[in-house]
Design a protein. Structure first.
Length: 304
């Protein structure tokens, strides 16, 4: 039985993907990792990750294109503006029997694929506190609860779609297309108010089709957090701890990843784990900035 990790990316998120893969390989040099191209602009990232980390490209690109076309034809563009964001769903039809899907705005702090051991008991895994924090926000509209589309117990299993695991064959291609059509007919079920795309639809699909689900933060004693928007994590030796509990991973998930953002220095550590970090551009002094604004011709002459 084959196990591995899927990511979805294109050249635009190359730095994030390098940071993620550097962290994965630090703890697990051998686990297969497969890149699902987000769009056709992926050659550079595919070559870079293949050379550095042995990452392979999803083998059936024709199916990937057909799947994306089906999604585009199923949903109106004002409902699902970016059908390519649904490409992560082809993980259920790829070469891996048991798989973990990870967004590229994540770094890990352990041999993360060991979580796949839980698939001996469950058909789907997630690892977050979405329900306890955000309730149904960014997933379902209130009427899903009001109309009993799902039970209260089911709705406690809503999840962030950036980190999850499942098994090939748990959802068939026919089942997926049927549920996608069902979702397209009921836009009123979903909360897209904060720009989520795949997450509401994927939650509906998983709650509808996979009965045995497990949230890894519900282990005995409770699991640690993982959102970069949480400011209380403590760092030791480039690993984060939540009140003494070692994080499995850190997910920015809407938190800014730019310089000055949360845990930026930690991200930079993993991004440049295997190569020298480029020097930080020097910022002109306040006086020099004032001179540049008042006398721009002097700056242009100096640089010519």
């Amino acid at each position: 039985m084959s196990r591995g990790i899927y990511i979805t990316a294109n050249n635009r998120v190359l730095d994030n993907a390098i940071a993620l893969l550097n962290s994965i390989r630090l703890y697990d040099p051998e686990i297969p990792v497969i890149l699902i191209p987000f769009n056709d602009d992926y050659q550079l990232i595919a070559e870079t990750l293949a050379e550095q980390h042995g990452v392979q490209v999803y083998p059936d690109l024709e199916f990937l294109d057909r799947f994306t076309q089906v999604v585009a034809e199923t949903f109106d563009r004002d409902f699902l503006a970016l059908p390519n964001k649904m490409r992560k769903l082809v993980a259920w039809f790829g070469p891996l029997d048991e798989f973990l899907y990870i967004d590229t705005d994540i770094i890990v702090f352990e041999k993360i694929a060991d979580n796949l051991n839980h698939l001996s008991e469950y058909g789907f895994l997630c690892c977050d506190f979405h329900h306890s924090g955000e309730k149904l926000k960014d997933v379902f509209a209130p009427l899903v609860k009001e109309q009993g589309i799902f039970t209260d117990a089911q709705l406690q299993d809503v999840f962030n779609s950036g980190f999850w695991a499942s098994k090939k064959g748990t959802i068939t291609e026919q089942q997926m297309y049927e549920v996608l059509r069902e979702c397209a007919q009921h836009r009123e079920y979903f909360d897209f108010s904060h720009g989520t795309t795949d997450q509401p639809v994927m939650n509906y699909m998983v709650l509808k089709l996979i009965e045995k689900r497990f949230n890894l933060v519900r282990i005995p004693g409770g699991g640690p957090g993982n959102w970069a928007g949480s400011k209380h994590f403590e760092e030791k030796d480039h690993i984060l701890y939540d009140r003494g509990k070692r994080l499995q991973y850190l997910h920015w998930a809407g938190s800014p990843m730019r310089p000055g953002g949360p845990y930026r220095e930690l991200w930079e550590h993993y991004r440049y784990l295997r190569e020298p970090k480029p020097p930080t551009p020097t910022k002109p002094s306040s006086l020099q900035q004032l001179v540049n604004r008042l006398f721009p011709f002097m700056t242009a002459r100096a640089s010519s």
